[in-house]
Design a protein around this ligand. Structure first.
Ligand SMILES: *Cc1c(COP(=O)(O)O)cnc(C)c1O
Length: 396
């Protein structure tokens, strides 16, 4: 049986280059970057080189990059720090959207308990926030706008440059969770007026457990971990040297090949859309154009997402659904509900996220196994039976 990994939005394979770059730091180069002897300084230089690489990829300065344990940590840190700065000025209003990652939504919920007010903007049927809504929501009390660069479930890319412009003109901090975007679409934090940005290595072929927060110079970033002087004293603890080295290599490789990767991956994705759209009672989730190159998201009526995933797994296909299966609840994801899908439709969702290592054969294999699986699930579904009965009545 074929094995097809089509869940690159969840995590990606470590690249050969990253693996090779990391290896010395897992073996002979085990020095502590804080040690003054040259053995330690080798590790220090490797960390600083990676910091420069991350900065270069984002159009930032080296001293604006803080390494973290990943995207969730960077999100938590950015929001907490911005809220603290706002509080000092008596500003306790934050603007975000309804379909952020839980690292954002749950941090905002915690801040709400601490007296902050949060406006969650609509993302409409196409899964894209309206710039005008951002502008309208900003008040004298607003200290932060946090809007994701690209959505992790439906792949829609937000008008980040326009939002950045508005925030700058209004003097409001702008943070973006760019975990799904970095390494996949071009970003320039200066040109786009982004004040803070979160990224995560394992979404673009570095290892898990390493990420970064970009924080514009001049913004006082609250300490996250007290202790040593690492990360300019803001996040203490001996650095994850291999992870950081890999992050630097991965982001450099990805930004050097952005266009060709996007072209290749989006062609595969379009082939998937074209094939899967032939399945009756199906719909594409989110805007078809303003979308991450590798993101495929569709709903199939009369199908139960979890069963669909299990059956794809039996065929060797790693996929994801929007249903909140991890939380043990049967509620469809907040993302699919945010674009106005009814519960029963959102239940039949499928996300396939393609990456640079996928092939046409992978796509053709998915298109071969998917339609019969959906047919089988519909044959067993009382909901599908109901849909068919209703249609028959209408046509009678
Ligand atoms: C994966 C992801 C995160 C979390 O990143 P981790 O490194 O796994 O903590 C945050 N935001 C978005 C949009 C993501 O896709």
């Amino acid at each position: 049986m074929r094995f097809v990994y089509a869940d690159n939005a969840a995590t990606t394979a470590v690249s050969e280059n990253v693996k090779n770059a990391i290896l010395p730091y897992l073996t002979e180069q085990y020095g502590n970057p804080s040690s003054l002897y040259s053995f330690g300084q080798t590790a220090f230089r490797a960390v600083e080189k990676a910091r420069q690489q991350v900065a270069d990829a984002l159009g930032a300065k080296k001293e604006e990059i803080y390494f973290t344990s990943g995207g969730s940590e960077a999100d938590n840190w950015a929001l907490r720090a911005a809220a603290k700065l706002g509080e000092k000025k008596g500003k306790k209003h934050i603007i975000s959207t309804k379909f952020e990652h839980h690292a954002i939504l749950h941090t905002l919920a915690a801040l709400e308990k601490e007296g902050f007010k949060v406006t969650y903007l609509d993302v409409y049927e196409n899964g894209i926030v309206k710039t005008q809504d951002v502008e309208n929501a900003i008040t004298d009390e607003t200290c932060l706008v946090t809007i994701m660069y690209a959505n992790n479930e439906i792949g829609t890319v937000q008008p980040i440059s326009e939002i950045g412009k508005i925030c700058q003109s209004k003097g409001v901090l702008f943070h973006t969770d760019a975990v799904q975007a970095v390494g996949h679409i071009a970003i320039d934090v200066k040109e786009q007026n982004i004040d803070m940005l979160s990224l995560s290595g394992h979404k673009f072929h570095a290892t898990k457990g390493v990420g970064a927060l970009y924080c514009r110079k001049g913004i006082l970033l609250e300490n996250l971990i007290h202790g040593g002087a690492q990360e300019r004293g803001r996040r203490a603890g001996t650095e994850n040297v291999p992870g950081i080295v890999g992050l630097g290599v991965a982001i450099t490789d990805m930004t050097a090949h952005l266009e060709e990767n996007a072209k290749k991956v989006s062609a595969l994705r379009d082939r998937l859309f074209e094939g899967a759209s032939k399945i009756s009672h199906s719909r594409i989730n989110g805007d078809r154009e303003s979308r991450l190159p590798g993101n495929f998201s569709m709903c199939f009526e009369g199908v139960e997402g979890e069963s669909l995933l299990l059956m794809l797994d039996m065929k060797g296909v790693c996929a994801s659904s929007g249903s909140a299966c991890t939380s043990g609840s049967l509620d469809p994801s907040h993302v699919l509900l945010s674009i106005g899908l009814k519960h029963e439709v959102a239940h039949g969702s499928l996300r396939l996220s393609l990456g640079e290592y996928n092939t046409e054969e992978d796509v053709d294999y998915i298109l071969e196994v998917l339609p019969p699986i959906i047919e089988r699930l519909r044959d067993m579904s009382p909901l599908w039976e109901h849909i068919m009965e209703e249609e028959a009545k209408k046509n009678a």
